[in-house]
Structure formats: structure tokens, C-alpha cells
Design a protein around this ligand. Structure first.
Ligand SMILES: [Zn+2]
Length: 272
């Protein structure tokens, strides 16, 4: 009889415990969100990620809170002898959080960021029918679905320092992380509330096809040619532009720009 009661009570106790855990995590997040960064941390971020200086004040406060949550959630691991510094943690966290500063999206599955001093070797598999081949390629960044983000510190630092060239490896890899939250890294991230997926898909597919055509014809394009390799790369490349060269993206692909405004809930052209 006692055993029967234990068996019956177990799901109730488990559900209660899980509910409590979710509540506790939410509460901890809310507390971190309300904790401002110190002046030294803010100065370090502004030095390494100058784009942050352009943010409107209310967004700057929200960014601070999200950086606190990010740093609590994610472990940074140095590779090839690299020692992780406070600059590295704050710089990467600030750039990752800029992408979600105003939206509800969050990097829930992310727990680890690996940082190499410079470009690193990565194994890439390719499939040709039944033949699987593996090649070693050199990368400056990598993003795994449900897994870590891998970054070259030299490239991450240079990408953040020049915030007007439309190239930023941290934005690129974290755009892939956002994309992956939908379950697949395919250029179709989870939509913001009220955003129409049909409009998004039509806009992005048409723009991707135009970009592929322009690149295959050897025409000069404002959007990086690498964006013509896959829909997910197109998405990552336009996210880099959206924050660093928003005017150029809006001029080149106004509908893509508008879709990103809806997705990210920010309008960087207005940041000056
Ligand atoms: Zn990519």
C-alpha cells in the first residue's frame, strides 16, 4: 500500500520540483537583469565594442542586464594555451547580447564558448552520394546546433573594433545560434511575436536567389559573397550588416532590412 502511494505521488512531486526549478531560474534571471554593470566593466565594453556607444540609453541598460545573465550561464574555455580574460568575456557577451537586446529570443541551450588565440583548424564532413569525406579547414568562428560556439579571439577583437565594415565574426556565429533555436540551422529562425513567417520566407528566399545570381555573374555586391553559399550563411551575413552597416543593407535590400527590424525589434539606422 505504501509502495502504491509512493508510485502515485512521484509524478506529482516531480512536477512540483520542476515547477519550482523553473520559477527559481526565472527569479535569478530577473535579479541579474536588474543588476547594472560596474563603471569599469562598462568602460571595457565600450572600448572593445564601440558599437555599444551608439545604443539608446534604455537599450544600453537592458544590454547590461542581458550580459549579466549571459556571463552567469556560459563558461568560456581557452584553447591552444589561451588564458580567458575579463575583456574576452565582456566583449563576446556584449556582442552576443546586442543581437537579442530588445527581443525575447535567448540562447537557452548555450553553455560553452571555446576561444582560440587566432584562426583554428576544424574538420568538415561532406557527403557525395554514399561517400563521406572529411577535410580540415581553417576557420575564424564556428557555431554548433545545441553545442558550443568556437571563436578566434584575434578575429573577434578585430571584428568588434571596426564597427562600420559589416564584418563581425561574433555576430555571424550568434546569428547561427539564433537560427538553431528553431531546431534547424537553415536561415529560418523563430519569428518574433506577431511576425508573419510567410512574409519572412518569401522575402529571404527572393533576396537569397538575387544574391546568388549576382555572385554567380561576378557582379560586385554590398552583401558578402559568402552569403550566396547557403540560406543560413545569407542570414548570418545580413545580420552582420544589419548592425554594422544598416544604411547599406537598407539601401540594397529594404525588405530584408525590414524583416530583421521585426525579428530583432531594433532599428539600427536610427542609432546614428
Ligand atoms: Zn556561417
Amino acid at each position: 500500500m505504501v509502495l502504491l502511494w509512493l508510485v502515485l505521488a512521484f509524478p506529482v512531486v516531480l512536477a512540483g520540483w520542476m515547477g519550482y526549478r523553473a520559477w527559481a531560474v526565472r527569479r535569478e534571471r530577473q535579479a541579474l537583469m536588474a543588476t547594472p554593470l560596474g563603471p569599469a566593466e562598462r568602460a571595457m565594453i565600450e572600448h572593445h565594442v564601440p558599437l555599444v556607444r551608439r545604443l539608446p540609453d534604455d537599450m544600453r541598460t537592458r544590454l547590461d542586464g542581458k550580459i549579466q545573465v549571459f556571463l552567469e550561464q556560459v563558461d568560456f574555455v581557452g584553447c591552444d594555451g589561451l588564458e580567458i580574460t575579463e575583456e574576452m568575456r565582456l566583449s563576446v557577451a556584449a556582442q552576443a547580447c546586442l543581437l537579442v537586446v530588445n527581443s525575447e529570443a535567448w540562447y537557452d541551450p548555450l553553455t560553452t564558448i571555446l576561444i582560440y588565440p587566432g584562426a583554428f583548424k576544424s574538420r568538415q564532413q561532406s557527403h557525395d552520394g554514399y561517400v563521406v569525406s572529411e577535410a580540415e579547414i581553417i576557420r575564424s568562428g564556428e557555431s554548433w546546433t545545441d553545442g558550443p560556439v568556437v571563436l578566434s579571439w584575434a578575429h573577434s577583437q578585430a571584428g568588434a573594433a571596426n564597427d562600420r565594415d559589416g564584418q563581425n565574426v561574433v555576430f555571424h556565429e550568434f546569428a547561427h545560434q539564433l537560427d538553431a533555436l528553431s531546431g534547424h540551422t537553415d536561415g529560418a529562425p523563430l519569428m518574433a511575436e506577431g511576425q508573419d513567417y510567410g512574409d519572412w520566407a518569401r522575402t529571404m528566399q527572393n533576396a537569397y536567389a538575387r544574391h546568388q545570381k549576382a555572385v554567380s555573374q561576378g557582379r560586385a555586391t554590398a552583401i558578402d559573397a559568402y552569403g550566396a553559399t547557403l540560406p543560413e550563411e545569407y542570414f548570418a551575413v545580413v545580420v552582420e550588416m544589419f548592425f554594422e552597416t544598416p544604411e547599406a543593407l537598407k539601401r540594397e535590400e529594404p525588405e530584408v532590412y525590414d524583416q530583421l527590424v521585426q525579428l530583432m525589434q531594433v532599428d539600427p539606422v536610427g542609432w546614428g
